[in-house]
Design a protein around this ligand. Structure first.
Ligand code: PLP
Length: 446
């Protein structure tokens, strides 16, 4: 059986990871510090590898296995791992100390950079994660509009805050995550992307709606682009009803071009949340947007909206690595074009292959974001709804395992290309997927 052979190979090649994993599950709940980092492997009798280092397009585990990395640190490492230019500025700064709990010139410079690059960003507030940024952005919106409700996209992932962690696991509405208020008690309503019905929901609640928040491409939800027409109409309707539009660009910001994705879409929101790439691989979150809204977080405002706290807000190393990264990205137009084209072609090629062979796998994504979904049966050109409804998480875990066995590290199937990926790497990934797709698709796992 395919799975038996794959598990045996995996165990044989990862004795040190296995030993440490046994220790991990005794000291960390589920053995991890972020839920998806199990890669689903325990559900099929495996365990995640323990990583020791990374360089360029490669990541290495403690058993000395090298992988071509498409996960790239939750989409953050667009330059690849350990770029020498970032290492240099960080090393230099380490000699000055790294945490002051004061203001630094670099946070002014990074804010200025984000403002210069993005017309919708007139002012910036930094925090340490995308989760905080989205939580604060909706708080600002509620205070600014004096309204109670926030509308979020079903399957939209904005972090696991009490504010926005609703409807992240499927298209079925209403279930509150354990330990959280019910969505209606928390003032959250949900809508489906690319659906006309969503506008009826928005209209129905318009008087109480403070904000609509969504990612222009659903990332954690599965790599599903929101149509430009849908986004345009959201902009129009939100303006009509005085609702703030928030784009969560934690993944899409600086991923497809050297600024926020909204500039390419030519649809400007009132607020934008950012993270990942803009911190150059160090922890960061940021809220940017209209001055009159963001300025409400100033301690000088007598109606101040409280944003932070945050012992590590504007963390110097994140500011420095972020600044250098954005500087390097300014000179990377050709690289952006290259990885965007490679990604688009890879998605198209794989979907043709899966359809021709009637395999229960689908590639989704946009440009350099490339994800794979394994379904419980073959469906020709499945809709987003079908991809979610027929998701087979165990077979998806088998896919991840088979990729690791062939020296490829991915999550959500693959994840995102970095500028360190060459054309040959893309050929390699295609060949590997074509080798394993059939046995993964045909495996029966309960
Ligand atoms: C679109 C989006 N928003 C917010 C977040 C939360 O960011 P963080 O993990 O930095 O808290 C994520 C994380 O994956 C994300 O993808």
């Amino acid at each position: 059986m395919f799975i038996k052979g794959e598990l045996e190979t995996f165990e044989r090649n990862h004795p040190k990871s296995k030993k440490l994993w046994e220790k991990a599950i005794n000291v960390l709940p589920g053995g991890i510090s972020h839920n998806i980092r199990t890669f689903g492997l325990p559900s099929i009798g495996g365990f995640p590898v323990i990583i020791s280092s990374a360089n360029g397009p490669f990541i290495k585990d403690i058993d000395e296995n090298m992988y071509l990395d498409f996960w790239n640190g939750h989409f953050a490492m667009i330059l690849g791992h350990n770029p020498p230019e970032i290492q240099e500025v960080i090393r230099k700064h380490l000699s000055y100390g790294w945490h002051f709990g004061t203001n630094t010139k670099q946070q002014i410079e990074l804010a200025s950079r984000l403002i210069d690059d993005n017309p919708s960003v007139e002012k910036v507030r930094f925090c340490t994660s995308g989760t905080e940024a989205t939580m604060y952005a909706t708080r600002l919106a509620r205070a600014y509009t004096k309204r109670r409700l926030v509308a979020k996209a079903v399957m939209g992932w904005h972090g696991a805050s009490d504010t926005l962690c609703y409807d992240v696991g499927g298209l079925v509405n209403g279930k509150a995550p354990l330990g959280q208020l019910k969505a209606n008690e928390a003032g959250i309503i949900s809508f489906e992307i690319n659906h006309d019905d969503s506008f009826n929901i928005i209209q129905k609640y318009s008087k109480d709606l403070a904000a609509i928040i969504l990612e222009p491409i659903l990332g954690g939800g599965g790599g599903f682009p929101v149509s430009i027409d849908f986004l345009k109409r959201l902009r129009e309707e939100s303006e009509k009803y005085g609702i703030l539009l928030i784009f969560d660009e934690v993944i899409t910001g600086y991923r497809f071009n050297d600024s926020l994705f909204q500039n390419e879409l030519k649809i400007l929101p009132d607020l934008t949340t950012m993270g990942k790439i803009i911190g150059g691989g160090f922890p960061i979150g940021a809220i940017g947007g209209k001055n009159e809204i963001i300025e409400r977080s100033s301690p000088e405002d007598k109606n101040q909206v409280l944003i932070g706290g945050g012992t590590f807000s504007g963390y110097p190393l994140s500011m420095i690595a972020g600044l250098k990264t954005l500087e390097l990205l300014k000179n990377s137009q050709q690289q952006y074009i290259r990885i965007n084209d490679e990604g688009n072609r890879l998605i198209q090629h794989l979907n043709h292959y899966f359809n021709d062979e009637k395999l229960a796998i689908v590639a989704s994504g946009f440009k350099s974001m490339v994800m794979l979904h394994v379904l419980s049966r073959w469906i020709e050109n499945p809709s987003i709804k079908e991809i979610i409804e027929y998701a087979d998480k165990k077979r998806e875990a088998l896919l991840q395992l088979a990729l690791f066995n062939r020296n490829i590290c991915g999550l959500h199937g693959l994840g995102a290309l970095s500028m360190a990926n060459t054309h040959n790497h893309i050929i390699q990934i295609k060949e590997v997927i074509e080798e394993i797709a059939q046995p993964v698709s045909n495996s029966l796992l309960n």
